[in-house]
Design a protein around this ligand. Structure first.
Ligand SMILES: Cc1ncc(COP(=O)(O)O)c(C=O)c1O
Length: 422
């Protein structure tokens, strides 16, 4: 028995499913999940000493690759000054300045400890501000595991075939209305039939939790116009896209302005963090300047903020050019493989978020994604793993390119992709 199998067997006795977050369990692709010993740059090594080129990238935060020296230094310097205080620090002001500079729609920001907390808090705030109850979300989108969002959710929920979780009360589910991504009429219908009762629409601007699904046909602009016309707040969930697609996130790329933005992943440089922000008039309703309660023992934790700042400070034009060049190299190599093999698959990419769907048409909605051949994905996945390539273990996840991925890494990945598909 390998060390990995041994540890996983033991973990299953003490941790539900043997993991602390469901998709890590490899349930949908089969086999024993990778248990990491260490990771550096683009490479991750498991406890049996096998090295992989890693495209999980901590599920998005590792835009600089693993253990970037500047981030590690920021963490150790900060830890040497103290681990957590429960008082404010200067670094919290520095990161607030940085985020508001990078994302012009954010006039004020509140730090929390996960993306889940950011979306839950933003929804509460939107309800308080509009004095309305209902939320519109899109089928297949994932916004963390808050009850209101676990209705037709993407990612892990989709992977495990339980897009709506037991334990979510009917009352909560009733307040969550489901629209179709890229179908503006589906949103208009819901707003119309719930007149003056929709507080917010929350959207992943590029869905990254049902594979990678970009907005088409000016969908986000139409959403902006529709929500504004009906007094509905637009919450753009940039937990995955924020600072990854561009310094100003998907809002910069698609030229759309949120009322509230939720963030996580990259802004913590790999440490637990989240944030939500937006127009001052709305954000000032948060306690203690307003009545909407939201708090956190570890909110704005100095080490997480230091890691986040060290990461954000390295995001420059050069970095995004490198990310784009490597990602384009990967896309074109994989597409060439697919052509050579006459295989009807679909490759979708926005910046450094990539996805290979096992379906022969563009994927623009949850239904398209749900119709993909997940068995084929599992076989492909295992072959890639045997070739030393670690992709996220689900058809419904993006694989992330970092600046630490070298041209050689990408070439090896393209070659492994060819071997895996043959
Ligand atoms: C778009 C989006 N929103 C929210 C979340 C939840 O973030 P966290 O896992 O930090 O709670 C995720 C996590 O993958 C996400 O991708």
């Amino acid at each position: 028995m390998s060390k990995t199998q041994n540890i996983f067997e033991q973990a299953k006795q003490l941790i539900p499913g043997g993991v602390n977050s469901p998709v890590r369990a490899f349930s949908s692709v089969g086999g024993t999940p990778v248990i990491t010993e260490h990771a550096l740059g683009s490479k991750l090594t498991d406890i049996d000493g096998k090295e992989y080129i890693d495209y999980i990238g901590s599920w998005g935060p590792a835009i600089l690759g693993h253990s970037d020296p500047d981030v590690v230094k920021a963490i150790t310097d900060s830890a040497c000054k103290g681990i957590s205080f429960g008082t404010s620090t200067t670094a919290e002001l520095t990161i607030a300045k940085k985020i508001t500079e990078l994302m012009p729609t954010i006039e004020m920001v509140r730090m929390v400890t996960s993306g889940t907390e950011a979306t839950m808090s933003a929804l509460r705030l939107a309800r308080a501000y509009t004095k309305r109850n209902k939320l519109i979300k899109f089928a297949g989108s994932y916004h963390g595991h808050g009850d209101s969002f676990l209705v037709k959710a993407g990612s892990g929920a989709m992977t495990f075939g339980t897009p709506t979780s037991p334990g979510v009360t009917q009352a909560t589910a009733d307040d969550t209305l489901i629209a179709e991504f890229n179908h503006i009429d589906s949103v208009a219908q819901l707003i119309k039939s719930n007149k003056d009762n929709v507080a917010a629409v929350i959207v992943e601007p590029v869905i990254g939790n049902a594979g990678v699904i970009p907005p088409v046909d000016n969908f986000l602009q139409k959403l902006r116009e529709l929500t504004t016309a009906n007094g509905v707040l637009l919450i753009i969930d940039e937990v995955m896209t924020g600072f990854r697609l561009a310094p100003g996130g998907a809002q910069e790329i698609y030229n759309v302005k949120a009322d509230l933005t939720t963030m996580g992943k990259v802004i913590g440089g790999g440490l637990p963090i989240g944030a939500y922000g937006g127009r001052k008039e709305i954000m000032q309703m948060i306690s203690p300047s307003g009545p909407v309660y939201q708090a956190g023992t570890l909110s704005g934790n100095p080490i997480a903020v230091a890691a986040g700042l060290a990461t954000l400070n390295k995001l420059n034009d050069e970095l995004y050019k490198t990310l784009e060049a490597r990602s384009a190299q990967l896309e074109s190599g994989i597409k060439t493989n697919l052509k050579k093999l006459s295989l009807p698959y679909t490759y979708q990419r926005v910046g450094s978020m990539n996805c290979l769907f096992f379906i022969d048409k563009p994927v623009i909605s949850f239904d398209d994604a749900a119709n993909c051949d997940t068995e084929k994905f599992s076989r492909y996945y295992q072959n890639m793993l045997n070739n030393g390539i670690l992709l996220p273990p689900s058809q419904f996840e993006a694989f992330f390119v970092s600046v630490a991925h070298s041209q050689e890494d990408i070439e090896k990945t393209i070659k492994a992709n060819y071997d895996s598909l043959c």
